[in-house]
Design a protein. Structure first.
Length: 277
């Protein structure tokens, strides 16, 4: 199994631009744009790190973003305030990823991007957030997280994701622990999972590709099988891709079987296009 050092010790590639969308240092988006005039198809990328800035930020995805850029895709690699940062948690973390996502549509012409060809890729906790971004149209207008006219996300590729926050909160064997969930969803709302966790928002009405390492010691494999079964039962189109001899790091490390599969799924999603944007 790869370690984080195996990934982060690689030469770090550079993005093409960094876009500011708010006042916090985490209110940043790195744009990776391929050669050519465009407009380019776009990968909306969401990093993981157990929803905690201290663990990871958008730079953890630099190597994956660079690999997608080399394959001809633009990458909109968003950052956000984790639960351990002032203003993060509920509702700040969710509002951050929503604002960073919606800015894609507002600035697409400026950056020569095509939001009608869009796929979201999220890793670990970022897999949950990527699915949540695709689920925003299911939110009640009464929710503090509701956004009118949110950018549609027609397909999500979730890599070692944690879609069910209630399951995470009840599972001490997950690599993020359980205490982080209270900080993410709040403790003073009776229905705190209904607008933050993915299962209560099913069906999402978008394609969902789950990629999981069978030997992932950070994200228990049952998170993938349980969520996949629930989403399919609700009527969603879900595919679970299980990669043998694979842990958590391999899911975003170019050159591995898991990342090669993820990149192939990205290409397939963007070749289909969408009415989103």
């Amino acid at each position: 199994m790869l370690t984080w050092d195996d990934l982060t010790s690689r030469p770090r590639p550079a993005c093409d631009a960094t876009i500011v969308y708010g006042e916090d240092a985490m209110h940043r988006i790195d744009l990776w744009r391929p050669a050519g005039d465009g407009p380019h198809p776009v990968v909306l990328m969401v990093h993981g790190g157990c929803w905690q800035t201290e663990i990871a930020d958008r730079r953890l995805m630099d190597w994956a973003a660079d690999d997608l850029r080399a394959a001809g895709f633009a990458v909109w690699n968003i950052d956000y305030r984790g639960v351990d940062r002032a203003g993060g948690g509920f509702p700040g973390t969710f509002r951050d990823v929503a604002a960073a996502t919606d800015l894609l549509r507002a600035t697409a012409a400026e950056w020569r991007l095509d939001p009608s060809r869009l796929v979201a890729v999220g890793h670990s906790a970022g897999g949950h957030l990527a699915l949540w971004l695709a689920a925003r149209g299911r939110l009640s207008p009464a929710s503090p997280l509701f956004t009118a006219d949110a950018l549609g996300v027609p397909e999500v590729i979730a890599l070692g994701a944690l879609p069910d926050l209630e399951a995470v909160a009840a599972s001490p064997d997950n690599g993020c622990g359980t205490a982080v969930i209270d900080r993410l969803v709040g403790t003073d709302r009776a229905n705190r999972f209904t607008d933050t966790s993915i299962p209560p928002l099913l069906p999402l009405g978008v394609r969902q590709q789950l990629v999981n390492g069978r030997e992932d010691r950070i994200i228990p494999y049952r998170f993938a099988t349980d969520y996949s079964a629930a989403a399919e039962a609700a009527g969603d189109a879900v595919a679970l891709h299980t990669v043998p001899a694979t842990g958590h790091v391999e899911l975003i490390a170019p050159g591995t079987a898991a990342w090669t599969l993820a990149r192939r799924l990205v290409a397939a999603a963007l070749s289909r296009g969408s009415p989103g944007g």
